[in-house]
Design a protein around this ligand. Structure first.
Ligand code: HEC
Length: 192
C-alpha cells in the first residue's frame, strides 16, 4: 500500500516537472509560426504589385532582394531568424537546406502526397546546433498560381523571365512546379 502511494506521488511529480517543458515548447511553436507566417502575405502582395507594374521579369528583384530584407525586419522586431529553403533551390547559396530542414521538407512532400493540405504542414522542435539549444521551425510554402510565373514548367515561362533567371541563376533548379506542390519552406530559428 505504502509503496503504491509513493510511486503515485512520484508519477505526479514527474508529470509536473515535465509540464513546463511542454508548455514552453508549445509557446515557442506559436511564436515561430507567427513570425514565419508574417512574411509570405507581404511577399505575395509585393510580387502582385510589381508584376502588375513591370511584368514577372521585372518582379524578380522582389524575390531576390526584398524577401531577405523583409526577413531581416522580422528578425529585428521578433528575434526570430527567417530564411527560405528548398529541395530544388534557385539560389543554392542561400536556400540549401541543412539536415534537419531537408528531413522536414521530405516529410512535408510525403504528407502532401498522402493527402494532407500543404498549407497546414509545419514542424517545430528544439535541436542542438553547434553545442547550443535552438528552436527550429519549418512551414511549407505551397506553389500558388502567381508563383508559376517564375517557378512553373519551362515551356510556360515567358522568354523574358527565362532570360532574366538564366542570367542571375545559371544553376536554377526551381522550375517545373505545378499549383499546390510544395516549393519549399520558410524556416524560423531562435536560440534558447
Ligand atoms: C517574379 C518571379 C518570382 C515569382 C512570381 C515567385 N518567385 Fe520565388 N523566387 C524567385 C527568385 C528570383 C528566387 C531566388 C531568390 C534569391 O536569390 O534568394 C526565388 C526564390 C524562392 C524561394 C527560396 C528558395 C530558392 O529556390 O532559392 C522560395 C521558397 C520561393 N521562391 C517560393 C515562391 C513562392 C511560394 C512563390 C509564389 C507565392 C514565388 N516564389 C513566386 C522568383 C519568383
Amino acid at each position: 500500500m505504502k509503496t503504491r502511494s509513493i510511486s503515485a506521488a512520484a508519477a505526479l511529480a514527474c508529470a509536473c516537472l515535465a509540464l513546463p517543458a511542454i508548455a514552453d515548447d508549445a509557446s515557442m511553436m506559436t511564436e515561430a509560426r507567427s513570425a514565419a507566417s508574417s512574411l509570405p502575405p507581404k511577399l505575395v502582395a509585393a510580387l502582385n504589385e510589381e508584376i502588375a507594374r513591370s511584368g514577372p521579369e521585372g518582379a524578380i528583384p522582389v524575390c531576390r532582394d526584398l524577401a531577405p530584407k523583409m526577413a531581416k525586419d522580422v528578425a529585428a522586431s521578433t528575434g526570430w531568424q527567417l530564411k527560405r529553403v528548398s529541395l530544388k533551390p534557385r539560389n543554392a547559396q542561400r536556400a540549401t537546406p541543412d539536415t534537419w530542414e531537408r528531413a522536414a521538407l521530405e516529410d512535408f512532400d510525403r504528407r502532401a502526397a498522402a493527402g494532407e493540405s500543404p498549407a497546414t504542414l509545419e514542424k517545430g522542435e528544439i535541436v542542438e546546433q553547434d553545442g547550443k539549444r535552438v528552436y527550429h521551425y519549418a512551414k511549407a510554402l505551397p506553389t500558388q498560381t502567381l508563383c508559376l510565373n517564375c517557378h512553373g514548367p519551362q515551356e510556360t515561362l515567358s522568354p523574358e523571365v527565362k532570360a532574366r533567371i538564366g542570367e542571375h541563376y545559371p544553376d536554377d533548379r526551381a522550375t517545373g512546379y505545378r499549383e499546390g506542390q510544395i516549393r519549399g519552406a520558410i524556416i524560423a530559428t531562435k536560440a534558447l
